[in-house]
Design a protein around this ligand. Structure first.
Ligand SMILES: CC(C)(COP(=O)(O)OP(=O)(O)OC[C@H]1O[C@@H](n2cnc3c(N)ncnc32)[C@H](O)[C@@H]1OP(=O)(O)O)[C@@H](O)C(=O)NCCC(=O)NCCS
Length: 341
């Protein structure tokens, strides 16, 4: 019999299952290779970890990371769902559905105040989509994993860490730039000076980003079933010494703010240089102004080789005002998926 319970902290078996998991199946398929770092960060942020067991054996995982947001002026607890995995030999037997049902019960149905529980699912990942549909979640937004790269990432003058005293200022700038963004504009919590970098001109901040180093093994790409990546890999191998890049390390970029596109492009390039990687990934929505910034500002080969996979944000919620629900559900109409190329 399968049992699902909440863990105080992820144990070794939990991390081991995640370590072996290939996420996605028919589109972008990848294995994340720094799970201990990832779950430690989620723990620091107050994350919750659910495990499915068959007797003593760990056969499924699901994690949630909280952050407060405002939707149409209403304070809401948002839980970001991630790390849904079922051991390959146990798939198709309802374990994923059981985990998702328990997450919904604990974090949506039994929540005290207004809550939204959301997660990103690749459009080609049918089993995961079925799991979302099974618990009554709805797609609220379309987004894309935009890979950005720079052939020769370089440092630049004025690049440096965000000072603790500047957090409020940059949080305000971000709130303004992303004011229409559905999943909130409260940036204070995620603007850690440890991994946020800014570009200054004459002492004034002209661009900012948060860059978290992660490592991923990409095993297949959308549409090309891995063929494009295989074709490209000899080229990537040749380029590797140029950047002193360790394979498969990249920066996940967040909290992007810029006064001019050129400033952001310079900052991204300097951040890639600092972390000795050649590429980063931004999860962004279809109407994002970031695409032309990266397309025109960073002319490296990486983002041309790696197609951007399409994703959807699936959410369930409770206790939201009609305006807040509209803020969630109006969003897909504001997107222009035709821009996805
Ligand atoms: C996604 C995943 C967790 C699903 O877990 P699971 O235990 O196999 O799912 P379940 O047995 O509970 O099935 C849930 C639904 O998915 C459907 N499903 C399961 N496997 C499927 C498959 N290979 N193709 C299509 N549908 C599938 C089931 O029929 C069921 O649909 P229903 O509710 O309409 O009956 C599992 O496939 C997995 O670990 N995948 C790799 C990691 C991953 O991609 N995680 C999601 C990241 S967003």
């Amino acid at each position: 019999m399968i049992t699902v319970e909440r863990l105080q902290a992820p144990d070794a078996a939990y991390v081991e299952l995640l370590d072996k998991t290939v996420f996605g199946n028919r589109g972008l398929a990848f294995r994340r290779t720094n799970w201990p770092d990832v779950v430690a960060r989620w723990q620091r942020l107050g994350g919750a970890f659910l495990v499915a067991r068959d007797g003593d054996r760990t056969v499924g995982t699901y994690a949630l990371v909280p952050h407060p947001i405002q939707l149409a002026g209403q304070d809401v607890t948002a839980w970001y769902r991630a790390a849904l995995s079922v051991a390959p030999d146990t798939r198709g037997q309802g374990v994923g559905a059981q985990l998702a049902a328990e997450v919904k019960r604990l974090f949506v149905d039994e929540a005290e105040g207004p809550v939204v529980c959301y997660g990103i699912v690749e459009r080609d990942n049918e089993p995961s989509q079925r799991v979302q549909i099974g618990v009554g979640y709805a797609p609220i937004a379309a987004c894309v994993a935009l890979p950005v790269g720079s052939l020769r990432p370089r440092g630049c003058e004025g690049f440096g860490p965000l000072e603790a005293s500047e957090v409020d200022h940059v949080a305000g700038l971000l709130a303004e730039r992303w004011s229409g963004h559905v999943l909130g504009t409260d940036f204070r919590g995620s603007l850690s000076p440890d991994d946020t970098r800014v570009l200054r001109v004459d002492g004034r901040i002209v661009a900012s980003l948060t860059g978290r180093l992660t490592s991923v093994d990409i095993t297949a790409m959308p549409g090309v079933r891995g063929g494009l990546l295989r074709a490209a890999s000899p080229l990537l191998r040749q380029l590797t010494p140029l950047f002193a890049t360790r394979p498969n390390r990249h920066l996940v970029l967040a909290n992007l703010w810029w006064e001019t596109p050129e400033a952001l492009a310079r900052l991204v390039s300097a951040a890639l240089h600092e972390h000795r990687v050649a590429h980063g990934i931004v999860f962004t929505d279809y109407r994002s102004p970031l695409r032309p910034v990266f397309r025109d500002g960073l002319r490296g080969p990486v983002h041309k080789l790696v197609p951007a996979p399409a994703l959807d944000v699936w959410a369930g919620w409770k206790g939201l005002t009609d305006e807040a629900i509209r803020a969630l559900s109006d969003l897909p109409h504001a997107f222009a998926p035709g821009d996805a190329a």
